[in-house]
Each structure stands twice: as C-alpha cells, then as structure tokens.
Design a protein around this ligand. Structure first.
Ligand code: DHB
Length: 371
C-alpha cells in the first residue's frame, strides 16, 4: 500500500525487540519470496536464506525425494525464519517513512459499518484515536479484530488434532541438505534447518506434554529412533538451546470481512504446521487485500474489496486441505489401528512413486497461484 501511495498506520501491541526475537517457522513459498522482492524487502533474504529444491519423505526406513522444480516448472521454496522476515519488513517500513506504533494497548475498533471507522488505543499512558477508511485486522488468533465483528456474522470451521509438535533449536551442523518429513511407528519427526550452525527439528508429542519432560538425552534418543533408516542414518546432535510444545488445529472463519474491517492471516485462519503454510497464507491475504484497496483508490471501484473474502478463502481452503492432508498422512493418531498406519504408509508410497501424486504435493508445497 505504501508503494501505491496509500497512507497507513501499523499498531503493534508488542515491542520491536519482542516481535523480532519470537521464534517461528521458516519456510517461504515461491510467491512469498517474490512478494518480498517486489516490495523491496528481499535483499537480505536472497543473501542469507537457503533455497530448497525438494524435501525428503522418510518412511519404512528409507527416503524418497520430491523434486520441486522438476514437478512445478521450476519453482522452489526458501528456508528463512519468520522473525527474519519481520525484521526486514519493520526495517524497510521505518526507513521509507512508514509508521509503526509499538507497545500499544486497549485497542478498540469502532464504527465498522460507517464510512469512517475509528481505532482507539493507548500508548505511553495517553489515549489516541485514528480515523480511517479501512481497517486491516492482522492481529492473530488472540487479537481484537475478529471479536469486534458482531455475534452471528461469522461461521467457524475448526478441527483440533490429538497431538502437538515439540520443537527444538540446537547448535549443530545440518543433518540433511533438505527437510526430512518422517513417519515412524513412534510418531512424526521433522528435520529442518536455520543455518549451517543452527538446526530446527520437531517431534510429534501429546499436546499436553511439557518440555520439562524432554531432557536433551531423551530428545535425541527419540529423534534417533523415529529417523532411523535401514542404512544407519543418524541426526547430527548438539546442545539444545530452545524447546517449545505447540498444539495443532485447523481453523477458518467466514467471511473474512465485515463493513470496513478486513481480517488477514491468523486473525481469520490457522493451519496445523505440517506443510509450513501459516506465514505464507498471511502473505497472500495481505497481497490480495492491498491490491483491492489500491484498486479502490485508483478507480473508486469497490468490486475487489467486496470480493476480498471470497478470493482469499479459495486459496485458504486449498492450503487448509493440504495442511490437513500432510498432517493426516504423517502423524500417528492415538488409538489409530494397524490398518490406518498401513494406509498411511501406502499413501506415502503412492505419493512418492506416482508422478501425478508427487506433482500434486509439490505444487501445493511451493504454493498455489493467487487467483
Ligand atoms: C519448519 C516448520 C514447518 O511447519 C515445516 O513444515 C517445515 C519447517 C521450520 O520451522 O523450519
């Protein structure tokens, strides 16, 4: 919007340091990489990020590779952590005269149905009010935007999974040149990376489990067990400096707009992490929204704005389906029987041996087109 000459103010409840240091996921779709470059925020990502041209699916003690460029006409993904994306976006915005008001509180949205909605908030002990034409609710699952929509307007679609992810960061060399998604009888495991010195890895656990139950020794023993291959592969181990357990769910509200409020990202939808779609969906939402707002100021037409929710939801539901499918294929379901596990192994065998099925996984993983 700034590039289109549209004035905007970003309200952020946390401090700059806080948002720049919160550890999050790290895989950018081709379209997110393109967006970062188009808006001029991509230079450090292109220097420091790691392009990945495939992933390994590990099951039955062996690896099968999905080759993204070969299956998608040349597309790939970039491993670059979300908080690095945030640092680059904040820096660019401040350098180019854009406004971000950090550490605001008591944010309230008013007059969403009127021509000129208002946002009230407090900052540094004083009350403030912003008048605006539109409000973008980009404030996550716990934000104020979604609850500001009157009761009865939104339909909620939700699925809670009976497992969570235990994620670690460790100081070690990469165990693999590409991500490994593994299904094992003991549960799912994922080998990812952040840099040549820092590795990111995940284990399926009970969502009520606590990191205190996972000593470093137990953590590495579990990774060794779930990632074991017939030819004796072992992860490269090192000191673990971050541990977290997160629950997993699929969640969508419809519509993503009400009056002059437009929801984007986690304010409107959440995906389970398998497939790394969360940040990428937020990026495609704001791209669709910014385009619609720009068209409104350019031509006076409301058409793209009226269609925002429907346009965004078509892509969101496809990513929901993909994330649900990857999650279902790669996790052990508590109480899941031997039949279900055999079907999962067979699905992995099919996905990695049929060109059509591999291409389907690949085109979803690198990101479906916007329209
Ligand atoms: C990472 C997270 C994911 O959810 C995923 O599917 C792959 C990688 C990560 O944090 O590196």
């Amino acid at each position: 919007m700034q590039l289109a000459g549209i004035e905007s103010v970003v309200l952020e409840s946390r401090s700059r340091k806080d948002i720049e240091e919160t550890i999050r996921a790290g895989v950018l779709e081709q379209g997110t990489v393109d967006l970062m470059n188009e808006i001029g925020a991509g230079a450090r990502m292109m220097r420091e990020g790691f392009p990945h041209e495939g992933i390994h699916l590990r099951f039955d003690g062996r690896d099968r590779r999905i080759d993204f460029p070969a299956l998608t006409g040349g597309k790939k993904v970039m491993v670059y952590a979300q908080h690095e994306v945030i640092k680059d976006l904040v820096a660019l915005r401040l350098q180019t005269g854009g406004e971000i008001r950090f550490e605001v509180s008591e944010v309230g949205l008013h007059g969403l149905d009127a021509e000129a909605p208002r946002v009230r908030y407090r900052q540094g002990g004083a009350s403030h009010e912003l008048g605006c034409d539109f409000i973008a609710g980009c404030d996550g699952t716990q934000g104020v935007s979604r609850p500001a929509i009157p009761a009865g307007v939104l339909s909620v679609y939700e699925r809670i999974y009976p497992f969570g992810w235990y994620g670690i960061l460790c100081n070690a060399p990469p165990s693999s040149d590409e991500l490994i998604y593994a299904l094992h009888e003991r549960g799912f495991a994922l080998v990812s990376t952040r840099s040549p010195e820092v590795q990111r890895m995940y284990l399926q656990v009970d969502p009520a489990d606590k990191v205190e139950n996972w000593s470093d020794e137990r953590t590495w023993a579990e990774f060794r067990a779930r990632l074991a291959t017939r030819d004796g592969w072992l992860p490269k181990e090192g000191p673990i400096f971050h541990k977290v357990i997160v629950g997993m769910r699929s969640f969508v509200v419809e519509p993503m707009q009400h009056g002059r409020l437009f929801l984007a990202g986690d304010a409107a939808h959440v995906v389970p992490p398998t497939g790394a779609k969360g940040l990428n969906l937020a990026a495609s939402d704001v791209r669709i929204l910014a385009r619609a707002i720009a068209a409104h100021y350019k031509s006076g037409s409301r058409e793209l704005l009226q269609d925002y929710s429907a346009t965004a939801l078509r892509r969101i539901w496809k990513a929901q389906r993909f994330s649900w499918w990857m999650t279902s294929m790669l996790h052990r379901f508590p109480g899941g029987d031997a039949f279900q596990y055999r079907v999962q192994l067979s699905e992995l065998d099919y996905v990695t041996s049929s060109r059509a099925a591999s291409a389907s996984l690949a085109e979803n993983y690198v990101g479906l087109p916007l329209d």
